[in-house]
Design a protein around this ligand. Structure first.
Ligand SMILES: Cc1cc2nc3c(=O)[nH]c(=O)nc-3n(C[C@H](O)[C@H](O)[C@H](O)COP(=O)(O)OP(=O)(O)OC[C@H]3O[C@@H](n4cnc5c(N)ncnc54)[C@H](O)[C@@H]3O)c2cc1C
Length: 402
């Protein structure tokens, strides 16, 4: 493990800090200080500032509108955004930039790169992920959404589910069955489909927390160009797996900063309401401190791999299990620290169901209750933790397939 950052990373850090100082108010306290109902509009405006400032597509080549940084310099920049309490991307960029954009860079045609990548950076095209279906989640190769060629267009029929931020997107990448006779992994294609058409219907799903961040998406004779396929016809499984590698990629290297800030906030709450006097609570806080420290070291280990030109690969499964299970345990502790107050949500709620509350959020009971309920989702999305354990067993430990 290497703890030293290259000189180029320090230079990139200095540049982003100077930019952040110029654009953020002097008394900036983090996005958690913005009322939740104003945050959606703020985030869209912030996304435009990021794009105008050249901070979207950090490692993408300059010819496609990116900043041309190395992976490790890009991570240094993301750390500075986290420290400043601002997002380093817009609400759908995990899909637009992190998943689809990176997949197009690796496997797209030159025309696709030239067409889509600049439009992703500018925010003109906003993407969501159409993988899961009612009967295809962990067993993703079971997708049934059909796509059939009709002249120069694909015609799509079927249903996707759990489509995060689908209501904010105007494009969806869809795993479709294009050869129902072939063995299930071989009859799938990876299509790019515009959502602004009568054949695509997005229906929001309400969650336990009362929020609505994901959706069902129905395709009824939806159409997309014959050219909007990544890889070859019936070669979509390979593309889908490459994309998942990006999904579980480098954000693990910076995630510990947000979990650290969240733990500090919980310690402050325990001090304020006197729960800190309970030795059992103190012990659980110490255990949480250890887990966050270990998460930081896991991040350094990933960084070292990037610095040596390796993608995280199967060991991203370890990091995913670690942060998501830490989060369920930590938020249970938060509910115990709050006591009966945790049953009565009051004050500011988080703006998003994903991971920690916004940076600088107040210690409200609504904040902790929402994060507690939402933390269960972390053990499911991006591949459930049982599936991650299968990956560790088979690909790292070399155990036989279950
Ligand atoms: C917050 C959130 C956001 C999401 N966003 C998206 C999105 O944007 N786009 C998208 O396409 N999908 C999305 N998903 C869906 C997600 O990818 C699936 O929920 C996940 O892959 C699990 O599939 P499933 O829900 O069908 O559960 P199932 O696959 O039915 O699994 C049920 C249970 O069985 C276990 N299980 C299944 N197979 C095995 C096995 N072989 N070995 C051991 N245990 C097994 C699972 O671990 C789980 O506990 C999201 C999910 C959540 C919670």
């Amino acid at each position: 493990m290497d703890f030293d950052w290259p000189g180029s990373a320090e230079k990139a850090r200095a540049e982003v800090r100077a930019w952040l100082d110029a654009v953020l108010p002097a008394d900036w306290g983090g996005t958690g200080t913005i009322p939740t109902d104003e945050l959606g509009a703020w985030t869209l405006e912030w996304r435009t500032q990021l794009s105008d400032g050249g901070w979207i597509g950090l490692e993408w080549p300059v010819e496609y509108g990116g900043r041309g940084l190395t992976e490790i310099d890009a991570i240094a920049v993301m750390e500075e955004f986290a420290r400043a309490g601002v997002p380093s991307q817009g609400p759908n960029d995990a899909f637009s930039v992190g998943m689809l954009g990176n997949t197009l860079l690796a496997l797209g045609t030159e025309e696709q790169k030239q067409h889509f990548l600049p439009r992703i950076i500018s925010g003109e095209d906003v993407w969501c992920q159409g993988y899961s279906e009612p009967e295809a989640g962990s067993d993703l190769a079971g997708v049934k959404t059909r796509a059939v060629l009709d002249g120069d267009e694909w015609v799509l029929n079927g249903q996707k589910v759990w489509t995060s931020a689908g209501h904010l997107a105007n494009w969806i990448f869809v795993l479709c069955r294009t050869d129902p006779e072939a063995p299930k992994h071989r009859g799938i294609s990876f299509l790019l489909c515009p959502m602004d058409q009568p054949g695509v219907e997005v229906r929001p799903i309400e969650m336990l927390s009362g929020q609505s961040e994901f959706n069902e998406v129905f395709f009824t004779d939806a159409r997309t160009s014959r050219e909007h396929i990544v890889g070859q016809v019936n070669d979509g499984w390979r593309v889908a797996m490459a994309l998942l590698g990006y999904e579980r990629g480098k954000d693990a290297a910076v995630a510990s900063l947000a979990f650290r800030a969240e733990l500090d906030r919980l310690v402050a709450l325990a001090r304020d309401n006197g729960a800190i006097d309970d030795p059992l609570i103190r012990e659980r806080l110490v255990r949480a401190h250890e887990r966050v420290k270990i998460m930081r070291f896991m991040g350094y280990s990933q960084l070292t791999k990037f610095a040596n030109g390796h993608a995280p690969g199967a060991d991203a499964a370890i990091t995913k299990i670690w942060w998501s299970e830490h989060h369920t345990v930590l938020t249970e502790l938060a509910m115990d620290i709050l006591g009966p107050e945790g049953l009565v949500p009051e004050g500011r709620r988080p703006s998003s169901a994903f991971r920690t509350d916004d940076w600088g959020a107040p210690n409200s009971s609504a904040s902790w209750q929402s994060v507690f309920l939402n933390s269960r989702a972390g053990t499911i999305y991006a591949g459930t933790n049982e599936i991650q354990r299968n990956i560790i067993g088979e690909m790292i430990l070399g155990l036989p397939k279950g």
